[in-house]
Design a protein around this ligand. Structure first.
Ligand code: FAD
Length: 508
C-alpha cells in the first residue's frame, strides 16, 4: 500500500531498515515544526543543530533515491499542526497507510497515538532501531525493586553485547574503574582543540528570527561548530578516539576555567539525534582501544563505555518505566524560583558563573558541571524541579526530555526520592575546590562557612540536610552527615548564614 512514513527530528538514523528498500510507494515526511521550537525556550544552537541536521538527512535520503517530502518552518504549505500536515499528505498523495518510528518522548508518543486514532487509514509504529534495549526492558529487569541499580543493568548490557568482555569475565578483571576517574587537571598543555565543523547557518538563523522563534544563548552562525551530518559526526568520533580517549576517564570529573570540553567526546547531540548509534560508538571505541592498549588504559575506555551503554540506556529505561508520573515528582517539596542569573550567568560565584556562562555561550556543559555545580546549587537552594527542568531542557544541545528529566529530576535533584540514585548528589565547596581551579578565582572563600565572604555552598549544604532531616536521616548512606552536622560548634550561625543567602539569592 502507498505508505506515509513520518521521521521526527531526532530520528536521523540512516541505517534504519526502512531505507533498505527503495519504493515509490513509500513517502517519507519530515517537517520543521513550531510545536518543537516552542515547547520550551531552546538554546539557539540547539534549534539550528536540529534543523540543519534534519535538512542534511532529508537530502541524503533523497539522493539515495527515496521519496522525501520536507516542510521547512516558513513553508506556506506547512500548516504548523502535525495532524493537519499528515492529513494533508494523506489526501494529496492518495496515502493508504501511515507509519511512524516510536518516539522517545512521552509527549510525542501520546500525540502520535491520538493522530492515528483520528486517521481513517491503517496505521503502524516501528522501533527506531537505535537503542540497545526495548522501551520496557529495564522495567522488567528490575521488576519489584524500589531502586534500579544502574550497575546491575550495565553489567547485563556488557554481557549481552559482548563489550569489554573476556569470555564471561570483564576484561582486565573488573567491571568498573570509576575510582580512577576523579582527578583534577593540573596541566593545561594536555588539552586538545575540539573537532569542529564551522559552517554558515546564518540563513537558517534568519528564518528562525523572521518566524519569531524565541531562543536563548549565543551563536556565531557563520561558524556554527556542531556536527550536523553523519559524516561530521563520524569525524568527531574519530577525533575522540585519536586525541581524547587517552585521558577521558582521568579528567572526566575535572572542573577548570581553562577549557569547556576537556576530554569529553561532544557526541551527545550526534547520538541523541540518532546520526550515530550507541552501539557503533562503543564498538568503535573498543576496537580503537584494542589497537592501542599500550597507550590507553582500561579505566579511560570503561569509563566512557559505561556512560553510553550504562547510564544513557538506563535513563531511557527509567523514563519509560516511570512516565508520566516522573515529571511531577518533587520528593523534597522544593518550591523556590530559579534565580534570574541562571539565564545570564551574572553571579559572583565563579563556579556558577563559569558553568552557566559557558552553557549560554556553547549550549554545552560537561556532566560534573551539570551535576555538581548548577544542579548541586539548585538542590541545596531548594529550587522547584519544574523550574530546573525547564532550564536544563532548553539550554543544552543534547537536551531531549527522556534523558534530560531523568538526569535532572532523578540523578541531580533526587526529586524521584531515590529511583535513579541511592542518595542526593550534594556537596559543599570542598568538592568543587578539589576538582579544579574555580575557587581560586572566586569572590567567595571556599574555606569559610559563615560571613558575607563565605562560599554559599558551605552553609547551604548543611541547611539542606537540616531542613530535610526527616526524609534523609534514616538513609544508611547519609547518617554520617547528620552526625557531623550535630557536632558542629557553630551550627546555629551556619544555618542562619544559609537563610541569609537564600533571602538574597538573586544577588549572590
Ligand atoms: P561525554 O562525557 O563524552 O560522555 C559520552 C556520552 O555518554 C555522552 O555523549 C552521553 O551520550 C552519555 N552520557 C554520559 N553521562 C550520561 C548520563 N548521565 N545520562 C545519559 N547519558 C550520559 N545528557 C543528554 O544527552 N541530554 C541531556 O539533556 C542531559 N541532561 C543532563 C542534566 C543533568 C542535570 C545532568 C547531571 C546530566 C545530563 N546529561 C544529559 C548527561 C551528560 O551530562 C551529558 O550526556 C554529557 O555532558 C554530554 O557531553 P559529551 O557528549 O561530551 O559527554
Amino acid at each position: 500500500p502507498k505508505t506515509l512514513r513520518l521521521i521526527l527530528g531526532d530520528q536521523l538514523n540512516q541505517s534504519h531498515s526502512w531505507f533498505e528498500e527503495k519504493s515509490d510507494d513509500h513517502i517519507y515526511l519530515m517537517a520543521e515544526m513550531r510545536q518543537e521550537t516552542d515547547y520550551v525556550n531552546h538554546h539557539v544552537q540547539k534549534v539550528l543543530a536540529f534543523f540543519d541536521s534534519m535538512r542534511n538527512f532529508a537530502s541524503e535520503i533523497e539522493t539515495q533515491g527515496h521519496q522525501m517530502r520536507y516542510f521547512k518552518l516558513d513553508d506556506p504549505k506547512n500548516p504548523q499542526d502535525l495532524e493537519k500536515l499528515i492529513q494533508q499528505l494523506v489526501n494529496d498523495e492518495g496515502i493508504e497507510k501511515f507509519e511512524y518510528q516510536l518516539p522517545d518522548e512521552y509527549r510525542l508518543d501520546e500525540q502520535l497515538r491520538s493522530i492515528c486514532k483520528n486517521l481513517k487509514i491503517s496505521t503502524d509504529s516501528v522501533d527506531s532501531e537505535h537503542f540497545l534495549t526495548k522501551r520496557a526492558f529495564l522495567e522488567e529487569f528490575f521488576k519489584g525493586k524500589k531502586t534500579y541499580l544502574m550497575e546491575s543493568f550495565y553489567r547485563e548490557m556488557r554481557k549481552k553485547y559482548d563489550i569489554l568482555m573476556d569470555g564471561k569475565e570483564p576484561v582486565e578483571g573488573k567491571w568498573n574503574f570509576d575510582h580512577e576517574n576523579r582527578s583534577a587537571l593540573k596541566d593545561s598543555k594536555l588539552l586538545k582543540k575540539p573537532k569542529t565543523h564551522p559552517k554558515d547557518l546564518s540563513g537558517l538563523l534568519e528564518m528562525l528570527e523572521k518566524s519569531g522563534v524565541k531562543t536563548i544563548g549565543k551563536v556565531d552562525a557563520e561558524n556554527f561548530p556542531w556536527p550536523t551530518s553523519r559524516k561530521e559526526c563520524l569525524e568527531v568520533l574519530n577525533h575522540f578516539c585519536e586525541k581524547l580517549l587517552v585521558h577521558f576517564g582521568d579528567y572526566q570529573d575535572a572542573l577548570t576555567t581553562w577549557d569547556a570540553f576537556l576530554f569529553h567526546s561532544r557526541l551527545s547531540f550526534a547520538m541523541n539525534s540518532k546520526m550515530l548509534s550507541p552501539l557503533e560508538v562503543v564498538q568503535k571505541v573498543e576496537s580503537y582501544w584494542e589497537g592501542h592498549r599500550k597507550e590507553i588504559s582500561i579505566s579511560q575506555v570503561e569509563g566512557f563505555i559505561r556512560q553510553i551503554i550504562g547510564w544513557r540506556e538506563y535513563m531511557r529505561g527509567v523514563y519509560w518505566a516511570k512516565m508520566p508520573d516522573y515529571a511531577e515528582m518533587n520528593f523534597f517539596g522544593h518550591d523556590r524560583k530559579l534565580p534570574d542569573w541562571f539565564w545570564t550567568g551574572k553571579n559572583k560565584m565563579k563556579c556558577l558563573s563559569e558553568a552557566i556562562g559557558q552553557s549560554l555561550d556553547l549550549a554545552y556543559a560537561h556532566h560534573i558541571q551539570r551535576l555538581m555545580v548548577t544542579g548541586n546549587f539548585a538542590l541545596l537552594a531548594g529550587i522547584h524541579p519544574d523550574e530546573i527542568d525547564k532550564w536544563y531542557l532548553g539550554i543544552y544541545i543534547d537536551a531531549i526530555e527522556w534523558v534530560e528529566i531523568t538526569n535532572t529530576r532523578g540523578m541531580s535533584q533526587f526529586a524521584d526520592g531515590g529511583i535513579v540514585g541511592t542518595k542526593p548528589y550534594v556537596s559543599s565547596a570542598n568538592y568543587i575546590k578539589k576538582q579544579g581551579n574555580y575557587c581560586d578565582h572566586c569572590a567567595y572563600n571556599h574555606k569559610e562557612k559563615v560571613g558575607d565572604k563565605a562560599c554559599p555552598f558551605n552553609s547551604l549544604y548543611w541547611h539542606f540536610y537540616e531542613r530535610n532531616r526527616e526524609k534523609l536521616e534514616k538513609n544508611p548512606r547519609i547518617g554520617m552527615a547528620y552526625r557531623t552536622l550535630d557536632k558542629l560548634k557553630n551550627k546555629k550561625e551556619i544555618l542562619e548564614q544559609a537563610e541569609k543567602f537564600l533571602d538574597e539569592i538573586e544577588n549572590l
